[in-house]
Design a protein. Structure first.
Length: 167
């Protein structure tokens, strides 16, 4: 009888375990690996950032983005400024300032607290620009081209600009 007393709980445990084995196992959680989140690389492509002629009274800002995974983005282009009209007088009276800013720098600049810049040309009426931007890693990065009529200049300018970025 003492065996029966111990045998009943053991049989109940075995039957419960057997029933549990017949249940379907839950589906495993999908696993992700970093390569699942990799977007196509923009390497080998280029994009026109700016190709136009515009009037410059005080300031003209041109935002642009570098896509994610751009290992060696390179900005290149030219600008020329004139007094009065395009291809008009182009000497020191047509000088403007040109800046390249990242998002944080632009935020400071826009709030009236200019600080560091990535690239600048001050007092030029004709300039070629070749500048390597930092890699964008896993997120796109926003930048700004800023054309500025120098402080104290009372003359409106006309700017002809062409800029591209290669990835």
């Amino acid at each position: 009888m003492s065996r029966r007393r111990y045998l009943a709980p053991v049989l109940a445990a075995l039957l419960t375990a057997g029933a549990a084995c017949n249940k379907e196992a839950p589906e495993p959680e999908p696993t992700t690996v970093p390569s699942d989140h990799v977007a196509p690389s923009p390497v080998g492509t280029s994009e026109t950032i700016l190709q136009k002629t515009f009037r410059l009274k005080d300031l003209n800002v041109v935002p642009f983005e570098i896509p994610a995974h751009a290992a060696l983005p390179h900005l290149h282009g030219i600008f020329a400024s004139f007094v009065g009209q395009a291809h008009g007088e182009s000497d020191d009276t047509a000088n403007i300032d040109f800046l390249i800013l990242n998002e944080e720098q632009y935020s400071q600049f826009a709030s009236g607290h200019p600080g560091d810049v990535l690239f600048s040309v001050e007092g030029s009426h004709n300039q070629a620009v070749n500048f390597d931007l930092p890699p964008s890693m896993s997120q796109s990065v926003k930048y700004y081209l800023v054309f500025r009529n120098p402080a104290g200049s009372k003359t409106n300018k006309v700017v002809e600009a062409s800029f591209r970025v290669d990835f």
